[in-house]
Design a protein around this ligand. Sequence first.
Ligand SMILES: Nc1ncnc2c1ncn2[C@@H]1O[C@H](COP(=O)(O)OP(=O)(O)OP(=O)(O)O)[C@@H](O)[C@H]1O
Ligand SMILES: [Mg+2]
Length: 362
Amino acid sequence: MINPFKSLKQKVFPSYLGVDIGTTNIKVVEVKQGEQLPRVVNYGFLQSSGHLLRSNDVIQTSSLKLFSEHATDLLKAITAKMKVGTTTVLASLPIFSVFTSVFEFPEMPENELEKSLTFQARQYIPLPISEVAIDWMKVGEREDDKGFRYQQVLLISVPQELIKKYQLIFKGAGLNLKLLEIESLSLGRSLIGSDQTPTIVVDIGSRSSSVAFFDKGQFKFASQSDYAGSSLTQALASSLNVNPLRAEELKKEHGIINIGPNYELSTIMLPFLDVIISEVKKAQFNYQSQFFAPHNTERLIITGGGANLAGIEKYFEKEFNFPVIKASPFTKFEYPSVVEPLLSELNPTLTVALGLALKEFI
Ligand SMILES: Nc1ncnc2c1ncn2[C@@H]1O[C@H](COP(=O)(O)OP(=O)(O)OP(=O)(O)O)[C@@H](O)[C@H]1O
Ligand SMILES: [Mg+2]
């Protein structure tokens, strides 16, 4: 039987773009309602590959600089190539560009909580309060031994100037920015959802890595490090005296699988992975000291392009007493079958962009 509503349905369900502007890559996914799950209908990413040769040729740096024109040009190029079917964008802010802190308050009505938070924010944020946008979310609660109840609140503040920059970047590329959120929330949506397991998500990007903690399906805490994928590339380039583009190839080709002639490559890269691991442990310590008796972590999910380093899960697993797994956000989506063979590499790369688009479907 012909279903008269089928074509109508296709028109009625709009699509959305999830856009992740990293330090050296921009990733875009287009998602619309599928038969059972949201469906990834299109994706694209562009790297500012010049960053390997010239360290200043990046899209943004962790010292809060976002190079708007560069980002607009790259976005225009990707969306034109993808022939996107919508202009509506959900985008993420890297964790290094926002200030986050956890505060504990006695239980109180929401309007009083807001006043107390604004007061706390003034003490804590290193910018005048008029220059930041403040958001907050409840991330936990506890009862002390006398029966007093406390709530833990995560305060997120974003420089207004940065928000304006993002608005201009998207406007310049002919897109409508519908939502900006910190990338840890997008990671949580695509990797954790309502899963209750206490989890650490480590996102190893190009110039920065982030470590985010989740428990009972809720985002709790995040921190960042400047050690990431390009630390490994630079180490190879200088130790082997090869150009960074060649070093990048060697890294992607051999990873840290310690066999035969590749042994030397691993020994050059491992000290930098060790630094990332120690940053994860430091973040774990900070998380534990900010939250009263948090549940023990039961798994670690690695994501970001750096998670594609061959052998990385095994290496991480030796350092932690819980399973380490590579991100697989595509399990929450339908997608064209041609994507199947690429999934292993796309999964960690598109985790943030997919989590953004997913927001429209839950
Ligand atoms: N197969 C691979 N093996 C090892 N490293 C890889 C592989 N594929 C990509 N990478 C690394 O992943 C990094 C890019 O990751 P990603 O795309 O997540 O960065 P980004 O989002 O631009 O950066 P950031 O998150 O720091 O802003 C690069 O350092 C790249 O070398
Ligand atoms: Mg990234």
